[in-house]
Design a protein around this ligand. Structure first.
Ligand code: MG
Length: 254
């Protein structure tokens, strides 16, 4: 079921979104050669838990699962697309790292991700980051009353594919609110005019996941980390936004 949020609920989501944005802002300062992904996770927890007394959305998710996610951020390096588990890995000059952050405040979630460069990166990496981020904003621009979810999906897909890259099929954007994942699903591929009609007050976490190579992915035996099968670079950007009478309002803007 799709829930339309009231003004009071949107305000709560703004507050959760601001925490997520602050964490991602700090990540931009901290990501550098020599830093471990576990250190980035600790930094995120210091903001989410200690500074704001909020709850990391990802830690222990799903609560009834056999392999709940063990950390507060997803840290996915190079060919790792999403859901990388922070740990002892040391970032190297030339890496790219997707950091995905979720926080719950007063019962409402915020969810966003950026892919950052570690020091100087390849031209291919730079282009991938630009295209993936561009795809996110292209999708958000299509998130307007009167459009359908397929218009968002198609905007992302055509933006990415016309630039020679591919979108992942297995993982999608999603509604968000009291739960991290609500209806509707918003895939990164689709057809214009299909899917659910977009309405004011719908809150969505849109997250283009883009592959330099072909779109096949697999999950590593840590049960979480999703990587490209061909080992080529991948990018991931995400924002939580609310649909309004005009342009969507981004709730996780840095
Ligand atoms: Mg998400």
């Amino acid at each position: 079921m799709i829930t339309l949020k009231s003004a009071a609920e949107i305000n709560k989501m703004r507050q959760a979104g601001r925490i997520v944005a602050e964490v991602l802002g700090k990540m931009q300062e901290w990501v550098a050669p020599g830093v471990t992904t576990a250190e980035l996770n600790e930094l995120a927890e210091s903001v989410i838990c200690d500074k704001y007394s909020a709850i990391p959305s990802f830690k222990g998710f799903p609560p009834d699962g056999a392999h709940p996610f063990p950390a507060s951020i997803c840290a996915s390096v190079n060919e790792e697309l999403v859901h990388g588990i922070p740990g002892p890995r040391v970032l190297q000059e030339g890496d790219i790292i997707s950091i995905d952050v979720g926080a719950i405040l007063n019962g409402y979630h915020g969810d966003a991700a950026v892919t950052l460069s570690v020091g100087q990166i390849s031209q291919e990496g730079q282009r991938l980051l630009k295209v993936t981020k561009g795809a996110l904003y292209e999708g958000i621009a299509a998130a307007r009353v009167g459009n359908r979810s397929g218009d968002i999906s198609a905007a992302i897909q055509s933006y990415v594919e016309s630039r020679g890259y591919n979108v992942v099929r297995e993982y999608t954007g999603h509604g968000i609110g009291r739960s991290m994942h609500e209806e509707p699903q918003v895939p990164n591929h689709g057809q214009p005019g299909r899917g659910v009609r977009l309405r004011k007050g719908m809150t969505i976490a849109l997250e283009p996941m883009v592959l330099v190579g072909d779109s096949r992915v697999k999950v590593l035996d840590d049960y979480w980390t999703v990587v490209s099968c061909d080992g080529k670079l991948t990018g991931h950007f995400e924002h939580t936004f609310v649909i309004t009478d005009g342009e969507a309002e981004i709730l996780t803007r840095m």
